[in-house]
Design a protein around this ligand. Structure first.
Ligand SMILES: *Cc1c(COP(=O)(O)O)cnc(C)c1O
Length: 367
């Protein structure tokens, strides 16, 4: 006997990167920031009073909305706080996607594998549009999404897992093409490591009332364990999302930490430039070993081992992945089209990257 809805019964659940408990593991598999959150964040958590925990938290995280609005030069009514960026994605589907026939979610392929899982849970169909050779968005992306009657478009920029940053005018053209028909979510989970964000699209003069930006404190602010993200968009979009969230979707500890994190953004920004430096170094070092590395604007690189010698293949790459794991270094391997001959490696601290490169040289010598 099964009690599940048919779509849930059929569902292949999302598979997160490995999260080993404890141990001496160098974790370069889930794009966490290698540096700790800043002192102000830890102090904010420590200063939460018993009284604050006894009571329910601020339902809409008003203090956070105000802090984030100041930071981005928008109104607090344009911000929604969520339990991680992932909750925002779920709210978007609940608010904007019909269940069953009619309407779909458009995604680029490949990209964040949680998108189709959330669509399956919701019970809406997924339109997958294949990316170009450089993991670039095809020019007819919006047309294909509209042809499939999409109500939501989910695009991650900088793209995961490639790290590619699409030009703003390309995103704007997609948003404009679907205005009045679909919501365009620009998932900016990695934007803190990039040279620009998509905030200019929200300028009222552009008239894009259908664009929603996703932000998270998990990557840039070193707070993956906290579960805090937010959306930025037109006040009407935000009000709709606000209707469908849990009454207390973010907790008091997370709200306190999140306010401190965005008000002390400069401290997080120091880690972003350290990560960018190490990203350049990792790119150079891997290239020098004959691996190809896609230009990345995120805190990871997508690399093809053995590319220069023309020996790239899935077996070689899986072997390297396993050998690294045997040496206590986790990177990400995706057993899916276009990614089987590649590894996605999170940029670590200088010491972690030293260890990674030394391990790769050892593996190469022992082959
Ligand atoms: C990390 C990530 C998110 C959000 O993650 P949370 O930890 O839930 O905030 C969203 N999209 C992509 C592509 C991500 O990598």
């Amino acid at each position: 006997m099964t009690y599940s809805r048919p779509n849930v019964q059929r569902l292949a659940a999302y598979v997160p990167g490995e999260q080993p408990n404890g141990g001496d593991v160098i974790k370069l598999n889930t794009n966490e920031n290698p540096y700790p959150p800043c002192d102000a964040v830890m102090a904010a958590i420590a200063s939460v009073s018993p009284q604050q925990l006894r009571r329910y938290p601020a339902p809409a995280a008003q203090a956070f909305r105000e802090a984030a609005a100041r930071l981005h030069g928008v109104e607090p009514s344009q911000i929604i706080a969520t339990n991680g960026g992932d909750e925002l994605l779920r709210l978007v589907l609940t608010a904007f996607c019909p269940v069953g026939a009619g309407g779909s979610v458009a995604v680029a392929e490949p990209s964040y594998s949680l998108y189709p899982v959330l669509a399956d849970i919701h019970g809406t169909s997924v339109t997958r549009v294949e990316l170009g050779d450089a993991f670039d968005l095809p020019d007819d992306f919006a047309d294909r999404a509209l042809a499939a009657d999409c109500r939501v478009i989910l695009l991650v920029n900088p793209h995961a897992p490639s790290g590619r940053l699409e030009p703003l005018d390309k995103l704007e053209a997609i948003g404009r093409r679907v205005v009045g028909r679909a919501v365009l979510v620009v998932d900016e989970a990695y934007v803190d490591f990039a040279q620009r964000d998509a905030l200019p699209l929200l300028d009222p003069s552009r008239g894009l009332d259908n664009v929603l930006l996703l932000r998270t404190l998990s990557k840039g602010y070193s707070l993956a364990g906290l579960r805090f993200g937010y959306g930025i968009g037109h006040a009407d979009l935000i009000a709709t999302l606000d209707k469908v969230r849990d009454s207390y979707n973010t907790d008091a500890l997370a709200q306190a930490a999140a306010v401190a994190a965005v008000t002390h953004r400069d401290e997080a920004a120091r880690t972003w430039s350290a990560v960018r430096d190490q990203r350049a170094r990792l790119t150079d070092e891997l290239t020098a070993r004959g691996w190809s590395v896609l230009p990345s604007e995120a805190n990871f690189v997508l690399t093809t081992p053995g590319a220069a010698r023309g020996v790239a293949n899935a077996d070689l790459v899986r072997g390297i992945y396993e050998s690294l794991k045997g040496r206590g270094i986790l990177v990400r391997y995706f057993d899916q089209d276009r990614l089987r001959d590649k590894l996605r490696i999170t940029v670590g601290s200088p010491g972690e990257n030293d260890a990674l490169l030394a391990a790769l040289d050892e593996i190469e010598r022992s082959r």
